[in-house]
Write a protein that binds this ligand. Sequence first.
Ligand SMILES: Cc1ncc(COP(=O)(O)O)c(C=O)c1O
Length: 457
Amino acid sequence: MKPIDLLIGRPTPNLQAADKLAAASQIILSQPEKSGMALTYGPDHGEDGIREHIGDWLSQKYRPVSGRITRDRIIITNGASGALAGILQKFADPSYTRRVFLVEPTYFLAVQTFLDAGFGQRMRGIPEDDEGINLEYLRRQLEEDSRTDDGILNTGVPRTKFPAQGYRKIYKYILYVVPTLSNPSGKTMSIHHRTALVELARQYDILLIADDVYDFLAWPADDGISHEGLELPPRLVDIDRQMAGSSEWGNTVSNGSFSKLAAPGLRVGWCEAMPNFIHGLSTVGATMSGGCQAQYTSFLIDEMLVSGILEHHIQNTLIPVYRRRYRALVEAIKTYLYPLGIRISTGKPYETFAMDDASNRVPTILSGGFFLYIDFPRGNQFPSATEIIRIGREEFGLTIAPGEIFAVKGDPESLKRAQSTFNLGTRLCWAWNEEAVLIEAIKRLAKAVQRAQELRS
Ligand SMILES: Cc1ncc(COP(=O)(O)O)c(C=O)c1O
């Protein structure tokens, strides 16, 4: 039996745009003027022209109410992972930043970066609700914390980062979230929650770090409606810009990536935030020494952006392929897992608009990304997730994510909550496996559940 991996969350190799990247490389490397720039140390923010093109492209995609996204709001990064580390180096300090909140279930690979930055014991999970984040829970945490705040931030750690050394802004709190088509839950945060979150961030001096890495892999839930013309949710950074009273640093940074849109191995992405914030981020030590963290690959992306090839790849290859796989996966879950009481948990559907064939603006539900979450029935009658995963692995060659990996390490309450919530289910990914394999995987999962049920009875 051929093993199937449902844990792996990356694109199939044939979706990695190798041919388009080869063509872009050929163009860059065969023109001495371009290759000279692409192959040397780049400016710390990345080339101005490329920042400008990314800003224009984002403006077209998000259509922000506050207008065009200018290049001073953009820095080129080596992907969302590297950018997260840089943001923490520059804008957080364990001697001052009181807590790091992570919306749970959380993107488990981000957790190590917070541990690296010294926040081990001060990380707290904030549960999702149906609209993306349990705001009341967050508010309570902040209020409790403020009661112990006598104005002197006594974290027990000596201060290490000072304004005179270039750390002009350190936030009191950090909150990490994937607001749109989340990894792992697949949920999209409502506009109400987005706005309330930005308001809270301003009130309590929180930096909201939003991994906006799946936004452009979105499509309407209705099969009959084209994905082109789908209106995307405003990012937290858009709301922070448009709401009166933004500070000079802002309270949000949008962490974007070309990993899912071109290829993860390129290690290139961007951040968007207030110009002061972006400038601060460009002064991370590694960047000041090495220059733009993705100089060559940002030239490749730029070539594909300006020619329209990247957008074509997203609209005509990636989205149609992922949409078909998603549909196949959902159908298989309904056929084989629903009869066992297992359900897809999507949270409150995010209502938006798209264009129908006659160019009318029609309401629809946002769908997309890489992942969905399934919930197992609660109660003692149903076998445990651990048992299902073990049988899946040992008898059916199936690798499934244990829900508990999405708990926030360093917060014992998070793991406790997981046992009665997201550990009673699992994340499924459609980016890696093709349709036939996904269907086979769900059939095997159903068999693993039935086998676990037999063993119990
Ligand atoms: C939410 C989230 N953030 C960041 C990343 C990694 O992004 P990058 O390849 O740009 O470092 C991933 C990849 O799976 C992800 O799901």
